[in-house]
Every structure is written in structure tokens, then in C-alpha cells.
Design a protein around this ligand. Structure first.
Ligand code: ATP
Length: 308
């Protein structure tokens, strides 16, 4: 059974204009998105800037309200009312943010930053709380004494580890990681990603990894959904997508991954140009009259594509 199910999710933002700030239109940030998270897996949501990835993550933790559709954790629909009446569900889904520089309050000590979610749910004595925070700091590879420092005293990679310690404190089942390493130096990106993989088993976590970086998503994820204008155009395992993508947009995105081998660059450039042409030529066929992706069609147990 799926741990979390997103069904036909829509998030439309009003666009206001003119002197009276009247609603003059809407941005369909998410426009009919369906996918599920299975226990223990890492699911990657990937797509270009503006396709609705962050909005999806925010809707899943209740930071943004859905216009329609549903999000269910096991059998419970996470409606506004359910979220209000069952605050403990917030323990189950935690989020790690893109930029560890701005997501940690610079005026607070690490002890208070990491303990904050705990204070909302558990009544611990200051001594118990300190011990628990120190224990998690050690687990994420930081010195337990560092709890008295402020965020600016840490490197980017260490700050992301503090964000992870904070997310882990409530023993969540799902972690949504929105571009967790894109603000970090390339040299520490792999360390943080490997660390996330290590703790996944230890804490039995299910990950939703959100990124525009298809190379990273390929390396990390069991299943991948490619998003375009608020919908999935294709979903599958890394093999399904990298060996036999079917939708012209998915092919184009895959062809655009930079190739590090200098001997193959020229060839890759040609392939990329070919895929871009194909994408433009098949627009009418691959999208409906309003430019939206078709419903997903099942190609195998794991592979789905929005083709006719
Ligand atoms: N609060 C808001 N009000 C109005 N429009 C919004 C709001 N938040 C996002 N949008 C718009 O919704 C669309 C999807 O944005 P979203 O941030 O979810 O995309 P994204 O795929 O995460 O992009 P990025 O990788 O750049 O963060 C964009 O066109 C964006 O401008």
C-alpha cells in the first residue's frame, strides 16, 4: 500500500492586477498531479524551474492550500480540518529546505533551532532536551558541544546537516527535500547526499526529493516523475526513463544533462538539438489544445507516460 498518495492535485494562484488589485487571472502552478510514495523509497520529482515542484512540496506539508484534489497519508485525507485536528500528523512529514543559509534563524543557537519542533510536541526537561539534541547532532556528524553556536559559525554542508537533525527530531516517516544540495559547493553535495542515504535506512525514511538536477535525481531515486507545467509527463525507474523515455519533453530533458566526457560533447550537442526540434515538432501531438500533458498511460508495472 502507498504511504502517501497525491491524487489530481491542483494549486492555482490568483493573479491580481490594476488599481483595485482585482483577480485578473490565475497561475496553474500544479494542475492535475498524481503520484504516490511507497514505504522506504526515494521518489524524485524533477522538472524545469516553474513547473510546480516546490508548490507540490508545500501543499504536501500544508503550507499551501490545494485548490482541488487530495493528499492522503495511508487512509487519512490530509484536509485542512484533519491537519488542524491532528497536529501529530505534522511529525510524520518533515521538510528540508533548499538554502540552509536562510532556513535557519541566524539569531538562534543551534540548540534552540534543532529543539524547536520538539517543543511543540513533547514536554522534556531542559536537560533531557539538551541531551536529545546533542545525540542527534552527533548522529549527523557534528560535535555535540556545537549546540551553543549560531548558524553562521558553520559551513554550508554543516548547516544542511543541522537542518536534517532538526527534521529527524520528531521521528518522521516522510522527508521532503527540496533542492537539498543545490546551494552547496559541488565538493560537499555528494557527502550530504550519501549521508541522506545512510540515515534513510537507519530511520526508515521515505524521501520525496525535489530537484531540477536530473543527474542527481538519477543517482538517488528508485522512481522518478518528470513534471511539466504542473503535471507529470512521464514516471518510471531510472532505467525506464534513461533507457526508453517515451514523451518528447522527457527525452529533451534527459538529452540536456551535461556530459562530462569531452569526447562525447559534440555528439551530445547534436542529440540535444535533435531532441529540442522533436519536442517543438510534436507539441500538437504530445499536449492537448491548452498545452497540458495528456493523462498517463501505463507502459509497464513501473513505467507511465503521457502519450496518446
Ligand atoms: N505564492 C504564489 N503566488 C503566485 N504564483 C506563484 C506563487 N508561488 C509560485 N507561483 C508560480 O507558480 C509556478 C510554479 O512555481 P514553483 O515554485 O512551484 O515551481 P518550481 O518548479 O519549484 O520552480 P523553481 O525550481 O524555480 O523553484 C511558477 O509560475 C510560479 O511563479
Amino acid at each position: 500500500m502507498a504511504l502517501l498518495t497525491v491524487s489530481d492535485l491542483k494549486v492555482h494562484y490568483p493573479v491580481r492586477g490594476g488599481f483595485f488589485r482585482r483577480v485578473v487571472g490565475e497561475v496553474k502552478a500544479v494542475d492535475g498531479l498524481s503520484f504516490e510514495l511507497r514505504r522506504g523509497e526515494t521518489y524524485g520529482l524533477v522538472g524545469e524551474s516553474g513547473c510546480g515542484k516546490t508548490t507540490t512540496g508545500r501543499a504536501m506539508i500544508g503550507l499551501t492550500e490545494a485548490t482541488s484534489g487530495s493528499i492522503s497519508l495511508e487512509d487519512h485525507a490530509l484536509t485542512r480540518r484533519y491537519r488542524r485536528e491532528h497536529p501529530q500528523y505534522r511529525k510524520d512529514i518533515q521538510m528540508i529546505f533548499q538554502d540552509p543559509y536562510s532556513s535557519l534563524n541566524p539569531r538562534k543557537r543551534v540548540l534552540d533551532i534543532v529543539a524547536e519542533p520538539l517543543r511543540n510536541f513533547e514536554r522534556l526537561s531542559p536537560q533531557e532536551e539538551k541531551m536529545k539534541v546533542q545525540q542527534f547532532m552527533e548522529r549527523v556528524g557534528l560535535h555535540p558541544e556545537a549546540i551553543l553556536k549560531y548558524p553562521h559559525e558553520f559551513s554550508g554542508g554543516q548547516r544542511q546537516r543541522i537542518g536534517i537533525a532538526r527534521a529527524l527530531m520528531l521521528n518522521p516517516r516522510i522527508i521532503i527535500a527540496d533542492e537539498p544540495v543545490s546551494a552547496l559547493d559541488v565538493s560537499v553535495q555528494a557527502q550530504v547526499l550519501n549521508f541522506m542515504k545512510d540515515i534513510q535506512q537507519e530511520f526508515q525514511l521515505t524521501y520525496l526529493l525535489i530537484s531540477h538536477d536530473l543527474g542527481m535525481i538519477r543517482h538517488m531515486c528508485d522512481r522518478i516523475g518528470i513534471m511539466y507545467r504542473g503535471r507529470l509527463v512521464e514516471e518510471g525507474t531510472a532505467d525506464d526513463l534513461f533507457q526508453s523515455a517515451q514523451h518528447s519533453y522527457a527525452k529533451r530533458l534527459i538529452a540536456a544533462i551535461p556530459n562530462l566526457n569531452p569526447h562525447e560533447r559534440q555528439e551530445q550537442k547534436k542529440l540535444r538539438q535533435h531532441m529540442e526540434r522533436q519536442f517543438e515538432q510534436s507539441r500538437e501531438h504530445d499536449f492537448d489544445q491548452e498545452g497540458r500533458a495528456h493523462p498517463l498511460k501505463r507502459l509497464s508495472d513501473t513505467h507511465y507516460a503521457a502519450i496518446l
